[in-house]
Every structure is written in C-alpha cells, then in structure tokens.
Write a protein that binds this ligand. Sequence first.
Ligand SMILES: Cc1cc2nc3c(=O)[nH]c(=O)nc-3n(C[C@H](O)[C@H](O)[C@H](O)COP(=O)(O)O)c2cc1C
Length: 155
Amino acid sequence: MKIGIVVYTWSGNTLSVAEKLKERLDANGHTADLVQVKVVGERQQGARDFELDTLPDIDTYDGIVFGAAVEAFSLSPVLGAYLKKIGSLAGKKVGCLVSQQFPYPWMGGSNAIRQMRKLCKAKGATVVGSAVVNWAKSRREKTTKAAIERLAGLF
Ligand SMILES: Cc1cc2nc3c(=O)[nH]c(=O)nc-3n(C[C@H](O)[C@H](O)[C@H](O)COP(=O)(O)O)c2cc1C
C-alpha cells in the first residue's frame, strides 16, 4: 500500500515518531513517504497567525497518517488549518497521531485526536485509528512503541 505520513512539527518530536513509523511501514512491505506541512517563514512557538506553505500533494496515497503536537489542549492550529484546506480524502484510510508533553491523554491528546478525526471525516476519510505519544521522558519510549504498533497495524 502507498502510505503518506503527513506531519506538522515545531520542535521535532512528532517528526521523530513519524520517522520510526515510516521505517516500520516500509519494513512491513508498504511504500511510505514522510512529508511535512510547513508554514511560510519562522513560526513563533504556539503562534496562531501563520501562513501555510505549499501543501504536500497527497492524492497518490491509499492510506495516510496525519500527525502533529497538542498545543493548548487542542490540535496544533497549523495541522488544523492544513486539514481544512486540503481536498477530498474519500476512499482513503486515515490514522491520526499526536504528541503531547503532559502525562495523560485527557490533558490535550484526546481532544486533539477528536478534532483531527472530525476534520478528516469532514473530507470523506475513513478514520481507522489513532495514537497519542507522551513526550515526558518516563513515558516517551513506551508510548512511542505502542503508537507505532497501533498505527502500522492499521494498514
Ligand atoms: C504552545 C504550546 C502549547 C502546548 N500545549 C500542550 C498541552 O496543552 N498539553 C500537552 O500535553 N502538551 C502541550 N505542549 C507540548 C507539545 O505538545 C509537545 O512538546 C509535543 O511533543 C511537541 O511536538 P512537535 O515537536 O512535533 O511540535 C505544548 C507545546 C507548545 C509549544
């Protein structure tokens, strides 16, 4: 299956999980591309005023994993804006990934996933699963491993 992993990352945390996911998907016999959503110029940490750069083309993927950070108990507004702007996701299997710092999913991760699922469904996607990675040092390795198992197992 041709799979796109489409992430927005500010400090590289979500990106590093996405890199491991790509390795796993490729090892499982898929063809996975890792593409980043970018803004024009530098974005200040947490800024809500930004301009999306050229959108990565995702038409060719059968499956997509979208990923981003939790910001202020919500999905990063950059990925939110991106998901509102893209075309149809009809016929595509979609997984959702978020990373967060605080220890429990109810501290933003679950809400961010809910928002991401809703935006993807509004574009016609079949959302098949999701994962929250916790970046606190004591939980990072365990939650990253679990997220990769979960998301790679969707395709
Ligand atoms: C402006 C801002 C707001 C944040 N808000 C939350 C939050 O509400 N809950 C949480 O658990 N982590 C929060 N974080 C931490 C990030 O979600 C976490 O560091 C994430 O792994 C960053 O991913 P990235 O490097 O891919 O952007 C916030 C970080 C920033 C910069």
